[in-house]
Design a binder for this molecule. Structure first.
Ligand code: PHE
Length: 345
């Protein structure tokens, strides 16, 4: 009995060796290990044997069964792999061919600068607000303490949508983001801390340093007891975050009708570190923003009591920052949409 079982095993393995296709493998399984196979029959006939022979032979028959099944699984895996390889060869699919590179997009350098500015001020507790590009004369000028014949209107070469003779209700493309100061103070009560990024427009010939559309970020803080020291502290901190701790920052008097006193902030030239070069016009300083304490007339206009509340405002051009940081010498490059330029940032 033991001999004939061993013989069955050898025969089955020899046949398995000959199998070369998955279909044949199935018929081999039925023949050698299936219900009607000699092996199964031998297992069934065990019942008629005496006990200790039954044990010995039974465990051998079982071992053979397990062994055959194991060999069959190995064969199956081998045949499947072979089948796949020949299929791929037939299809002419070369999986070693490198794939095509998908170009990845990136943020525009001006968007990157806006994100960075916003993140510095939001860390200080400012909230972000946005306003309309098409603005009323009232918000862009009148409410900012710039009445119709005020000479400061000349500072802002304006694109008019309506005839400017229409006065307060004439529409224009906002020349700065400052009109949002009024819109916010009309709606909100102090304490206020907001930051307004957005597009602004000036009716000017374009050249290396002027575009008719550019970005500004406006800041406004109104509360009790806000002083010039808060303005200086906030803007010093901002300049140090953006340009580095060791860079010198300069405050000087400047004039804007909607602030009193008004200041201009400059940082030590990034290129020459204050020695004087072409980038800074040989002054050693780069002006980056205008600011000041909100004028009492402006507060009165929006029914905020200037005896009780004070505040500061600032406004900065955005393109100037990547221009200074990367040494870009023409603002028009930002809006030509030349991918070779844009993908460097
Ligand atoms: N709006 C001014 C400009 O465009 C900048 C500014 C904003 C100055 C806020 C003072 C306060 O030049």
């Amino acid at each position: 009995m033991i001999k004939s079982l061993e013989k069955l095993r050898l025969e089955a393995l020899a046949e398995l060796e000959q199998v070369s296709e998955l279909k044949e493998l199935e018929s081999w399984r039925v023949r050698c290990t299936g219900k009607k196979s000699k092996l199964t029959q031998a297992l069934r006939s065990l019942a008629s044997l005496p006990l200790d022979e039954r044990r010995k032979i039974g465990s051998l028959a079982n071992e053979i069964k397990v062994d055959l099944e194991l060999r069959m699984d190995e064969k199956k895996k081998f045949l499947e792999e072979e089948h796949m390889a020949s299929f791929l060869k037939q299809e002419g699919l070369d999986i070693t061919l490198p794939g095509k590179l998908m170009p990845t997009g990136r943020l525009h350098p001006v968007t990157q600068a806006l994100d960075e500015i916003c993140s510095i001020f939001t860390r200080m507790g400012f909230q972000i607000a946005e306003g309309p590009d098409v603005e009323w004369d009232y918000y862009n000028f009148e409410a900012l303490n710039i009445p119709p014949e005020h000479p400061a209107r000349d500072m802002f070469a304006t694109f008019w949508v309506d005839s400017k003779e229409t006065g307060e209700s004439a529409r224009l493309l906002r020349t700065h983001t400052s009109p949002m100061q009024i819109r916010i103070m009309e709606k909100e009560q102090p304490p206020i801390r907001v930051l307004v990024p957005g597009r602004t427009y000036r009716y000017e010939a374009t050249d290396a340093t002027h575009e008719s559309m550019f970005y500004q970020v406006e800041g406004l803080a109104i509360d009790t007891n806000i002083t010039m020291a808060d303005l200086k502290g906030t803007l010093f901190e901002f300049c140090h975050c953006l340009f580095g701790e060791e860079r010198k920052v300069r405050f000087r008097c400047d004039y804007f009708p909607f602030v009193e006193p008004g200041v201009e902030v400059a940082v030590e030239c990034l290129n020459c570190h204050g020695k004087g070069c072409r980038l800074c016009g040989y002054s050693g300083w780069l002006e980056i923003l205008g600011a000041g304490m909100v004028h009492p007339n402006v507060l009165k206009r929006v029914a905020i009591d200037p005896e009780k509340y004070t505040g500061f405002a600032f406004g900065m051009g955005v393109e100037r920052i990547p221009m200074l940081c990367y040494g870009i010498d023409d603002i028009r490059l930002f809006y030509n949409n030349d991918i070779r330029f844009l993908k460097q940032f």
